[in-house]
Design a binder for this molecule. Structure first.
Ligand SMILES: [Zn+2]
Length: 230
């Protein structure tokens, strides 16, 4: 326990040091901009030390209650190369499907034995399921949003959904891998785009209006995106 106490002392000391130096607004800005690139989940508890953990390809920071966000992020920054190395290691291990009998694949947020083990058949399965789920969700919001045209379901590399200037909606076929509430958020996001094109404050207010828990779902997508492919 002694060493743990010492660790806490040094962690809080470094936080105090940073405060004493009094970083300018500009350096805060630059610092947090850089931190934005590292997604992490902060778990505060009655622990005595700061600690980092990589779980399922995501960074988790465990921190005592009284350590400032600034100190937490300085700590992360000081461990950047360790984090990068660990993330790469887990990434190499992850999402390498083997396509063998009994293998489980994500469906609605849970790994399941779908009884389908071939890549092309799995792609068909996800496309079909996503194509069934999304219109049902759109129906739920039919009073607020009118969608005239058929929606498109395709495999996209880097988007969950999109809305053209004419209001045509497309969705990524892998969405059936995600929890139903995440799919619902993606649908709401695109439906709101039929009214507001840009990601303005007003846009996010509208998203929030239809889905008050949307931030959690965005985070889920960020954290899990590496596992959402075939
Ligand atoms: Zn958008």
């Amino acid at each position: 326990m002694k060493s743990a106490v010492r660790n806490l002392a040094s962690a809080s000391k470094s936080a105090a040091k940073i405060k004493e130096k009094g970083p300018s607004a500009k350096s805060y800005g630059a610092f947090f901009k850089q931190m934005k690139k590292i997604d992490y989940t902060l778990i505060r508890s009655h622990r005595r030390t700061l600690c980092l953990e990589i779980r399922d390809g995501a960074l988790i920071v465990r921190s005592p209650y009284l350590v400032t966000r600034w100190a937490v992020e300085s700590f992360i920054k000081s461990k950047q190369s360790w984090i990068a190395k660990k993330l790469k290691q887990t990434k190499d291990k992850r999402a390498q499907h083997r396509f063998i009998a009994g293998e489980r694949f994500l469906f609605l947020g849970k790994k399941q034995d779908l009884g389908i083990y071939q890549k092309e058949q799995l792609k068909e399965f996800y496309k079909e399921q996503t194509g069934k789920i999304i219109p049902r969700i759109i129906k739920k919001y039919a009073r607020a949003f009118t969608i005239k045209d058929k929606i498109k379901i395709k495999f996209y590399k880097s988007k969950w959904g999109s809305c053209t200037s004419r209001g045509h909606l497309s969705f990524n076929a892998v969405l059936a891998m995600t929890p139903i509430e995440v799919i619902e958020y993606v649908v709401i996001h695109e439906l709101v785009h039929t009214k507001v094109k840009s990601h303005s404050k007003h846009f996010w207010q509208l998203v929030q209006h239809y889905d008050s828990g949307y931030k959690k779902k965005r985070k889920w997508l960020r954290v899990n995106k590496h596992n959402l492919s075939l």
